[in-house]
Design a protein around this ligand. Structure first.
Ligand code: DC
Length: 645
């Protein structure tokens, strides 16, 4: 198993302007129509993502001329309705916006094609589209389960004219696929929608994009759509892809939760994407929304967001963003009419409910609804189910708690640099990292600085000491890496003020003995132990801020610390401080022994292969050999105030 994760600190506020990547839905529609059209099309601002790559790759395999003009611009040489390659196998990953329309276009193209995807794609239904295509005479075979990809499409006699019935209640992409493919028949064909049509705004995108390529679909409400005989696609020359309205939802939500204003550019009032109506939903929650022709902005309301009870059929993708925004709205938010979530990249209702519960929210789920009641959030590692929207939605939970996002790279499906943009638009709870050797006085200094700034204090050494103590209690040898790491991962500790409890019992000085100091230094050298304690430490990165004290605060645990201090003193001065401490506490001690122990521990802490003790290039050196505690605290406070400005 790859262990890829991203740890987010608690976010304090959000503000800024984001230029959105191109819309996924529009990008893949434009690519297919440009390929089917007569003439060359220059496509500008295309989304660079997994889904569009799958479509571009497929078009190349089909012999369509595809050239990259640099940046987000592409030139597509249209094939005027006849793909040059008539036999091929296509792999379309998990890209529904490539799989469905290509199925329709290729089934009517007269060639022999096999269409495959990833395992999840083979669990996503396509039966309604295949049924529609078969009514036109298409020859489609299921290669796996009936009703699901992979598919084999063979040349067939397409029935001239007539009408096709298609169900619209599982995915609007079936209707989209059919409509875009119909001009290939050259005949007049009417499509009748049986039952309710979901996600209607996506059909608007389809019709608008077809119109840009010269095909006007006659429509009778949402029931009947007719493509005229002789319809054919003609390149519009140059076409600009709008920004992605679903991607906009995360940034608007950031503004609504985190103060704002956050402004998104690339979509606005004039957009053809239904997901711009996410802004209305956010406004219902109390957010202050402003809009121009191609921009939108959101701010938080004075009194905070309030819960909503909303039919989300018209914004199925952006509605997911409401589910995590609900963590910051007073009351219970219910999102209804979202059954389509169950057949997307993952079963999104189940996934959303499971992960929200990990954070402590109260969640109810049904076949076609989810309701979310906020609670005080706790840190958790969030699984993302190979679903880009899960990863992006859960970034919002960071306004309430530090959290871990597993497999964050799944955002590449639609928004490869999402987390960089997230970081740029938000302000994280600051960390001040104080690293240094044993007995340098950094613990005392760090704790006092934390009190002065009103910040939390993380004594990371205590975690290694607690691990050594817990291992000793469990009769586990300090060199048994796997066993000690398992203990570290399960460590049941509670920090409150100066008190530390291990398995509910006050620990007191039991972790400060020389023996446990040696044990801590030994277990701290084990990579698996450090890995197991990493997220536990990062979970301290909460509002309003944190002082982290240890050996690798600035280098590994909090590399983005606003201030890094390397606090040290000569070994002799440190041995003497330790000696005084021990005598004061009534322990017996020998200065020479202490000095040699300390040097040994320094050696082990700085020579180990993982996260060794050393001064980072960007850390400020504070040598306290000749300083009082007050002087050291004051120096760190002066630097802190500079760094926090
Ligand atoms: O700071 P301390 O003396 O309580 O630390 C106890 C041991 O834990 C010490 O030998 C070094 C190790 N440690 C570490 O490796 N990384 C940290 N961030 C903190 C402590």
């Amino acid at each position: 198993m790859t262990h890829d994760f991203l740890d987010l600190p608690q976010i304090l506020s959000a503000r800024g302007t984001v230029r959105l990547p191109g819309s996924k839905s529009i990008s893949n529609r434009v690519l297919l129509l440009a390929a089917l059209a007569e003439g060359e099309t220059e496509v500008r601002d295309l989304l660079a993502s997994d889904d569009t790559e799958r479509m571009l790759d497929a078009l190349k395999v089909l012999g369509v001329g595809v050239s990259h003009l640099g940046g987000e611009n592409w030139l597509i040489k249209g094939c005027a309705g006849q793909f040059p390659v008539t036999q091929a196998e296509l792999f379309l990953g998990n890209a529904g916006t490539a799989f469905r329309p290509l199925t329709a276009a290729l089934a009517l193209s007269g060639g022999d094609f096999v269409l495959k995807g990833v395992a999840r794609m083979h669990e996503r239904p396509i039966g309604d589209l295949v049924d529609g295509l078969r009514q036109l005479g298409a020859d489609v075979t299921y290669l796996g389960s009936e009703g699901y990809p992979p598919l084999h499409l063979k040349p067939a006699n397409i029935v001239p004219g007539g009408s096709v019935k298609v169900h619209g209640d599982v995915s609007s992409q079936f209707l989209t696929g059919l409509l875009m493919a119909l001009p290939l028949t050259g005949q007049a064909v009417a499509v009748e929608v049986v039952g309710a049509l979901i996600s209607k705004p996506y059909i608007e995108i389809t019709l608008a994009t077809m119109a840009r390529f010269g095909v006007q679909v006659q429509r009778d409400g949402w029931q009947r759509f007719t493509v005229q005989a002789g319809s054919r696609y003609v390149s519009p020359g140059t076409i600009y892809v709008e920004g992605d309205a679903s991607s906009a939802s995360y940034f608007l939500a950031m503004g609504a939760i985190g103060g704002g204003p956050v402004r998104v550019e690339g979509v606005g009032r004039d957009s053809i994407q239904g997901d711009v109506r996410f802004a209305e939903a956010l406004a219902k929650m109390g957010a202050k929304i402003e809009m121009g022709p191609n921009w939108m902005a959101a701010r938080a309301p004075l009194g905070g967001l309030v819960a909503v009870d909303l039919d989300c059929n018209h914004i199925p993708d952006a509605a997911m963003t409401l589910a995590t925004t609900a963590l910051f709205a007073k009351g219970t938010t219910t999102l209804r009419n979202i059954a389509s979530w169950r057949v997307k990249e993952t079963d999104r209702i189940a996934a959303m409910a499971t992960e929200l519960r990990k954070l402590g929210a109260v969640v109810e789920e049904g076949d076609d609804f989810i309701s979310v009641t906020p609670a005080s959030l706790k840190s958790a590692a969030i699984d993302t189910y190979d679903d880009h929207r899960m990863a992006m939605c859960f970034s919002l939970a960071a306004f309430g708690t530090p959290l871990r996002i597993n497999d964050p790279k799944c955002v590449a499906k639609t928004f490869p640099d999402y987390f960089e943009r997230f970081a740029a638009a938000t302000k994280a709870a600051p960390v001040i990292a104080i690293d240094g050797p044993s007995a340098s006085g950094k613990g005392t200094v760090a704790a006092r600085v934390a009190t002065a700034l009103g910040y939390a204090y993380l004594d990371s050494g205590a975690l290694y000491r607690l691990t050594a103590l817990a291992a000793r209690q469990a009769l586990v040898d300090w060199t048994d890496e796997a066993a000690v790491a398992a203990i570290a991962a399960e460590l049941n500790v509670e920090f409150s003020g100066d008190d530390i409890r291990l398995n509910g019992e006050l620990v007191g000085d039991a972790i400060r003995t020389e023996e446990i100091s040696v044990g801590a230094s030994k277990v701290a050298a084990l990579p698996a132990v450090r890995e197991a304690l990493l997220f536990r430490q990062r979970a301290f990165n909460q509002a309003p801020g944190l002082i982290g004290d240890g050996r690798d605060m600035g280098s590994v645990v909090f590399p983005h610390a606003v201030l890094k201090v390397f606090l040290t003193a000569s070994p002799e001065a440190r041995a003497e401080r330790r000696y005084k401490q021990l005598i004061e506490k009534g322990f017996s001690a020998n200065l020479a022994d202490l000095l040699s122990d300390l040097k040994q521990r320094d050696e082990r802490d700085s020579q180990r292969s993982v996260a060794p003790l050393r001064q980072e290039a960007d850390a400020k050196l504070l040598d306290t050999t000749h300083l009082t505690i007050e002087q050291a605290v004051n120096q760190v406070l002066v630097w802190s105030r500079e760094a926090l400005q």
